[in-house]
Design a protein around this ligand. Structure first.
Ligand SMILES: [Zn+2]
Ligand SMILES: [Zn+2]
Length: 319
């Protein structure tokens, strides 16, 4: 790529553009700040030579990225509860409801899903709801064995005779049923999954602007460039290495801040390249930026910024 030198806008042109826009925005304020009592107010008498106190030549770097915001939540948790506790939980369902816009979602990103509820036979009681055990009263025989004392004959010989009858605790079965504590007698346990809310994959365009001038307009400039990149002229680069080596000859001026800005923009660009959810969607633009420090006739200080070439540039001001 041959060196392309970009021409910075003329200071008078920037000032002129600012004058026109400031006049459209607030004529009264212009008159108050630059007018002379008793004289007819005219824009022509407001000149850059008189009101621009200092000028800095800076630079800005711009590129656009596309971000995919997928479901941030990952993971899968499983819970198992006895039947009565299931009705005390809150469940969610997204079946047929489509995907969820993450910005509108209030609540956890992982939620219990209604359609995952599944009955599982209690392992402890094998789905009977009770545990069978030997009857403690009869020792499992189902019978109570006792003896009767019988006096036999004239001499009343004492004899013991066996006497057995069905056990009243187990109704003669010899076994006893004990409530299963695991399933609380409900035979079944219920398991369900706690899963991520199905968020929509949102792709958004994000402008990235780095400027060497300390300005609070960086965000605004970035947004504007995103919308009307063709309205502002800069030099396009397809990789950062080239930009780094061509920046100085392209701009025709250089300073420490520009150098620092380019290097931090470069590492930002690299981190976007590495991010798998991000896609860089534009070329890299290098823009000349002029920062003008001004003072009105009344002594109020303000700044004017231009971004772009003499051919196509935008202005910003805190006037
Ligand atoms: Zn018994
Ligand atoms: Zn059980």
């Amino acid at each position: 790529m041959p060196d392309v030198k970009i021409k910075t806008p003329n200071l008078d042109d920037i000032f002129e553009k600012w004058k026109q826009s400031a006049m459209r925005k607030d004529k009264k304020k212009m008159e108050k700040q630059f007018g002379t009592k008793g004289a007819v107010f005219s824009l022509d008498v407001i000149s850059a030579a008189e009101y621009v106190k200092d000028t800095m030549k800076e630079a800005a770097i711009y590129f656009a990225v596309k971000k995919s915001l997928g479901p941030a939540a990952q993971g899968k948790e499983e819970k198992m509860l006895p039947a009565p506790r299931i009705s005390r939980e809150y469940f969610y369902s997204f079946k047929g409801a489509g995907q969820v816009n993450k910005d509108n979602w209030k609540g956890d990103e992982l939620v219990p899903m209604h359609d995952t509820i599944q009955g599982i036979t209690c392992k402890k009681c094998n789905g009977k709801g009770y545990l069978e055990d030997k009857c403690k009263t009869c020792g499992g025989s189902g019978k109570i064995e006792e003896t009767i004392t019988v006096f036999v004959g004239e001499d009343q010989k004492k004899e013991k005779k066996a006497f057995s009858y069905p056990c009243g605790t187990c109704y003669g079965t010899g076994t006893r049923r004990e409530h299963c504590k695991e399933c609380d007698g409900h035979k079944t346990l219920y398991k369900y999954q706690i899963l991520p809310v199905p968020f929509k994959t949102v792709v958004t365009g994000v402008p990235v602007l780095h400027s060497s001038a300390q300005t609070k307009y960086e965000k605004e400039m970035g947004d504007d460039l995103h919308k009307m990149i063709e309205e502002v002229e800069g030099i396009k680069f397809s990789d950062f290495k080239t930009l780094e080596s061509k920046a100085e000859p392209s701009l025709g001026y250089w300073n420490k801040n520009i150098k620092k800005t380019i290097s931090s923009a470069g590492s930002d660009y690299k981190s976007h390249e590495k991010d798998k959810d991000t896609q860089i969607t534009s070329q890299i633009y290098l823009f000349p930026m002029i920062q003008m420090f001004c003072e009105t006739k009344k002594g109020s200080k303000f700044e004017i910024y231009s971004i772009g070439s003499d051919n196509k540039f935008m202005i910003y001001s805190n006037f």
